[in-house]
Design a binder for this molecule. Structure first.
Ligand code: ADP
Ligand code: MG
Ligand code: ZN
Length: 734
């Protein structure tokens, strides 16, 4: 029965495939010969078939140990689908079954109908199940997701470590262990723990040539993500976050920005989770925002991007998660956001744990840091991590290969750092050392009199962040190490001393300048700087044309130019090129009223300019943020609408009059129209109002309150001036 043609015909008969994928055939042969096997195959490689087909061919029942209940059910359903008319051919045994279901399984097992029995490791260790399995003939044991055995793996499951022990009780049979991710260390651990050091190892290349890898600096990640998704409309993607809270927030934010997204994490009830997963598989939503709880066994072939909002805790987890992109062989983009702050957070989490666990966690994390901070080909680093050589110099599909980073010799700095660490016998943490070199004093530094050291400020041409980055590089290069048991105190290693004694050039990525991965972050940065400083940063030619237009209009309308549009508004226009009133309103200080009243000519001019100069306008979006604590503002607007006395509004919100007026000014300067005439008529002299109003209309060179106070002499109170100014802005400018 085990001759080659028989196997092929069963492949076709049961599974409908014409040929084997990769080394499936060799693996199956090995198992049929009764040998132990260890299978390393990337996600989507077709591991299941390696044990499903032999199970159907061999006598007895194959025990498949698999970590997830949902996964088992899917697989059992799939097999029953392949082998129609024989429901009992595959079963699963786990905590979700009731008594009746269990006795049905038992029936099929003892009568020899069942060829495949899926069990969770927790169920395998139960006495009654062991007793049952002792009664039947076992063809072989398959341990799927075998990396769960190893503490060095990214989802270690303690019950997995008892498998060998149970197998010896139930009865010996060949073992096949399968996983998609295992470093040499994990691989060794699996073989040893399962007692199959003699296993034939089948290792496929882990390279996924269709995946593109990129690590981005974590600056405004929400905005970058929304922008990315908007540039890839209709594509399926997964975004991983480390916390449930972030998952919820990000899913909400995406929805708010018109992206069809749903959350997925272990804190949701089972039904919601299943629904959300289904809606993603059925393409009812494009994006799933998830914790790592999502994805094991998900077989959606056309996931086009996987984004890591937070840096993953290990490269194995990372590789598994990114591996869910592009399973159909088409493009997949894997983008990770990295900030050193996140690493510090993860390190803090670990501090509560046992030392051994901390050490493992720290080492895994160090590998992740090395990957994130490398300027080498990311594919090479990843494959290296899994014990595979990648021969090419340029993979052509990672950010470092496409946009090489500038490198600078940092040997001088490394020596300075080593000297400092060696000079302090009591040892200190990274941040402390960085502060000394950068010359930043703080109470801890003062208490040690480290601000008196010759090293204090010895590296002040760089900031503390630079020195922390350099220390990471030192850790990666093993020049220094961090003592885990003692809260991360830094020591110099022998190889660090060796380097110090005979320094050689140390070309490291230029950390002082982060080069934008895809170049499109530049316009964001420009936009932000305009928003902050109000200074121009856009298209200078357009800007001067806009200013001319404003001047002409101001003459025609007998209005001060600033009343029409402020300088920051024009600057924004020269960056964003709005060509509709809707878009115009996205510019700073332009409300609906202003856009309506003055906008038409401006967008006409911009549209013409854009067309004549063939300008590519920046991505058409502005990140909509969920309402912040604007409850006060809404209350104020509503109360003014209801003509409440300003004193009463202030009292209700526990503000003084000055604070309330500031709030109103903020609302008005954002472009809203408020009618406070009812209050002004009651409380201010008509002459006073007229005179201040006339000043703003005819004399003022800007809307500055200070200038107004100075220009109007001591005749009016500041409060009067501010109130009339609000009236004026609402009536004329907004
Ligand atoms: P893994 O467990 O390695 O991630 P699976 O066993 O889930 O992968 O298989 C991945 C996909 O490949 C499935 O859709 C499966 O049906 C398909 N597949 C497996 N073997 C073959 C084959 N020989 N020919 C065609 N498709 C196959
Ligand atoms: Mg699998
Ligand atoms: Zn590369």
């Amino acid at each position: 029965m085990t001759d080659s043609s028989a196997i092929h015909s069963k492949l076709k008969e049961f599974f409908g495939y014409d040929s084997f994928k990769g080394n499936q055939k060799a693996i199956i042969d090995n198992l049929l010969e009764g040998k132990n096997s260890f299978v390393l195959m990337p996600t989507g490689g077709g591991k299941s078939l390696c044990y499903q087909l032999p199970a159907l061919l061999m006598e007895g029942t194959a025990i498949v140990i698999s970590p997830l209940i949902s996964l088992m059910k899917n697989q059992v359903d799939a097999i029953r689908g392949f082998v129609s008319g024989n429901e009992g051919i595959a079963h699963f045994l786990n905590s979700s079954l009731n008594k009746a279901a269990i006795s049905a399984v038992r029936q099929d097992l003892v009568t020899g109908v069942t060829r495949l029995l899926y069990v969770a490791p927790e169920s395998l260790t139960k006495d009654e199940n062991i007793a049952l399995l002792k009664e039947i003939k076992i063809s072989f044991y398959a341990v799927d997701e075998a990396h769960c055995i190893s503490e060095w793996g990214h989802d270690f499951r303690p019950e997995y470590r008892r498998i060998r022990e149970i197998i010896s009780v139930i009865g010996n049979a060949p073992v096949i262990a399968l996983t998609a991710t295992a470093t040499p260390k994990v691989q060794h651990d699996i073989l040893k723990n399962l007692g199959i050091e003699d296993a034939t190892v089948f290792k496929s290349s882990f390279n996924r040539p269709n995946l593109y890898y990129e690590v981005r600096e974590k600056v405004d990640p929400e905005k970058q993500i929304v922008k990315y998704i908007k540039q890839n409309p209709g594509k399926s993607g997964i975004i991983y976050c480390l916390s449930r809270k972030k998952v919820e927030e990000l899913a909400d934010l995406l929805c708010l920005n018109g992206i069809k997204a749903l959350p997925y994490h272990a804190g949701l009830d089972a039904k919601t989770r299943a629904d959300n997963q289904d809606r993603f598989l059925m393409e009812d939503v494009d994006v799933i925002v998830a914790t790592i709880a999502f994805g094991m066994g998900i077989d959606k072939p056309d996931v086009r991007f996987v984004i890591h909002y937070d840096i993953p805790k290990s490269l194995e987890g990372y590789y598994q998660e990114t591996g869910r992109a592009g399973r159909d062989g088409q493009d997949g983009q894997c983008i990770t956001f990295y900030s050193y702050k996140d690493i510090q957070k993860l390190e803090k989490f670990m501090q509560g744990k046992q030392v051994a666990e901390q050490e493992i966690g720290q080492q895994l994390l160090n590998e992740t840091i090395a990957y994130a901070e490398t300027s080498d080909c990311r594919r090479k680093v990843l494959l290296n991590y899994f014990g595979e050589d990648y021969p090419e110099d340029n993979c052509g599909a990672c950010d470092n290969c496409l946009y090489p980073k500038k490198k600078v010799d940092r040997s001088k700095e490394m020596c300075l750092l080593i000297d400092l660490v060696e000079s302090l016998p009591e040892h200190f943490k990274m941040e402390h050392l960085a502060a000394i070199l950068a010359g930043n004093s703080n109470s801890l530094i003062k208490s040690y009199h480290h601000d008196q050291l010759p090293f204090f400020g010895a590296g002040k041409e760089h900031d503390a962040k630079f020195w922390c980055m350099l220390m990471h590089q030192g850790l990666i290069l093993h020049f220094i190490y961090k003592e885990i048991e003692k809260f991360g105190l830094i020591h110099v290693t022998d190889s660090g001393r060796g380097f110090r004694a005979a320094p050689s050039p140390l070309m490291l990525p230029d950390a002082t300048k982060v080069e934008a991965g895809s170049g499109d972050d530049d316009d964001d940065a420009a936009m932000e700087s305009v928003a902050k400083s109000g200074s121009a940063g856009g298209d200078q030619i357009l800007l001067s044309m806009l200013k001319d237009l404003r001047r002409d209009m101001s003459r025609k309308l007998h209005l001060q130019p600033w009343i029409i549009f402020s300088d920051p508004s024009l600057a924004d226009m020269s960056i964003m090129y709005p060509i509709t009133l809707e878009e115009l309103r996205r510019c700073q200080g332009v409300g609906a009223g202003k856009a309506q009243k003055f906008g038409e000519e401006f967008i006409k001019l911009i549209a013409k300019y854009v067309e004549e100069n063939e300008i590519e306008r920046p991505e058409d979006f502005v990140l909509k943020a969920p309402p912040k604590k604007s409850a006060n503002k809404i209350f104020i607007i509503q109360s003014i609408d209801r003509r409440m006395e300003l004193e009463d509004i202030a009292a209700a919100k526990d503000l003084d009059m000055d604070e309330l007026i500031s709030e109103i000014e903020a609302i008005v300067s954002a472009g809203a129209k408020l009618d406070i005439n009812y209050y002004i008529e009651e409380n201010l002299d008509e002459d006073v109002v007229d005179e201040i109003y006339a000043y703003f209309r005819d004399e003022a060179a800007s809307d500055s309150v200070e200038e107004a106070v100075a220009a109007l002499g001591g005749d009016f109170t500041e409060e009067e001036i501010r109130l009339v100014r609000i009236k004026f802005l609402c009536e004329v400018a907004n």
